[in-house]
Design a binder for this molecule. Structure first.
Ligand code: ZN
Length: 148
């Protein structure tokens, strides 16, 4: 997949309002949710396939935050490519789950988000979620608390 168009990048920045992890509006990057293939695929991403992340978090999605990025929909597994709208995104600054469209974020409950994730990824998602909870501990009584 190649770089987004200027319009897609602008729409994604406007939709997200800052880094999806830390909320900063500085050093923002267009985060490809799906892995960018090495050559061949020249298709440009649609807004649902992108997220706003700061340079630091974008890089960490490829290192120590890999599993958390999958658990929170910041990254999408290769085989789920094309299912960008089905994979919800967790917005850490507001501790809210969203589904993404081209121009807006649609608030989703943690229960619906969990069901969507398990539909797409099965039990793998529960493992990623356990790792994500270790890195980003849930806050009791907030939306982040999971329905069991
Ligand atoms: Zn960040």
């Amino acid at each position: 997949m190649s770089a987004p168009t200027v319009l897609t990048r602008a729409a994604v920045y406007l939709r997200d309002g800052g880094c999806v992890v830390c909320g900063t509006v500085r050093h923002l990057t267009f985060q490809h949710r799906a892995r960018v293939g090495a050559g061949g695929d020249t298709r440009r991403p649609i807004p649902e396939e992108g997220l706003t992340a700061c340079a630091i978090h974008n890089e960490r999605f490829e290192s120590d935050l890999q599993q958390a990025a999958l658990a929170f929909g910041w990254k999408i597994r290769d085989w789920a490519e094309g299912q960008a709208f089905l994979v919800p995104v967790f917005h850490m600054p507001t501790r809210t789950w969203f589904r993404l469209s081209a121009s807006e974020r649609i608030v989703t409950t943690p229960t619906v988000a969990q069901d969507l994730m398990i539909d797409v990824y099965g039990d793998d998602w529960l493992e990623w979620k356990a790792e994500a909870d270790r890195i980003f501990p849930p806050i009791e009584g907030r939306r982040y608390s999971w329905a069991r």
